[in-house]
Design a protein around this ligand. Sequence first.
Ligand code: SF4
Ligand SMILES: [Zn+2]
Length: 322
Amino acid sequence: MNELTRWETLTPLARTRLIRRLRPPRAPVDPECPYGFHHEQERAPDGRLERVNVVFLTNRECPWTCTMCDLWRHTTTAPVTADQILRQLDHALERLPEADAVKLYNSGSFFDRLAIPPAAYRGIAERLRGYRRVIVESHPALLGRRTLQFRDLLDGRLEVAIGVECVHPGVLDALNKRLTVADLERAVAWLHEHALLIRAFILLRPPFLPDEAALDWTCRTVQWAVDRDIQTIVLIPTRTGNGVMERLEQVGRFAPPTPDAIEAAAAFLFAQPAPVRLLDTWDLARFYPCPDCARLQQERFERMNRTQTWEAAVRCPNCTAP
Ligand code: SF4
Ligand SMILES: [Zn+2]
């Protein structure tokens, strides 16, 4: 598979074809039901510890095909209707408790009209009356008129999560996101100009770099977000599982983050003055060889996310690793 070893020289179309070819099957989804929902607590940019409802809407796959992305697994192959989106939201909200904020994540971009039909915006906003903050995700290229239209329908503040991923120009290109650092700069400036809250997703240990450089660029990307006054910065450990990432690992173009790398990146993040610093703990156990270490670190990072206070590494009674 020598295309994998010369990934940077491939065209976006060639990469897209290869990524799609190497994929495992999609998970079964129902366009009438969100593919998940839960309740959590999270620190808000104004310092409050908020109750947050999280809804994972089922909809058509994102039109980008990023190298590290596995969100397509819970998507449909055809667009869903506005009414289906509203029924999905009703299904989740009827079962979730009262909360201060809501995340509507849709495995892609909320402002992709073939994912969330704009005809659903008004009905969504009506169902979200009373929430202080509404968080959606979007590719920077889809920010614009529809973002402002949705913002104006809401009671609460709109926060837009963007995948900043890695500001190394070559890596950002190789991630197949069809995005440059200049595009990210413009997106962040636009979001600030329209008084929208910003959440940055950053890869903890991007592919295509040796270990030390990968950690360095993780920290540089955090610094980039801090310097641009992004309110919420989330480190997401990069994982395999979408087909192409394990193949890149086999040819030495990727290695999952080690416990030490997670520790170092988290320490850098928590030393920053951003209002909200989060380490995504979803599936964190996979990065730890010892299950007790995994549990202790997961509990610790979840506490740190809530309190926004750094805690020294916990020592596992079964091994010497921190
Ligand atoms: S833009 Fe986001 S959802 Fe779409 S493929 Fe890339 S990472 Fe996945
Ligand atoms: Zn252990």
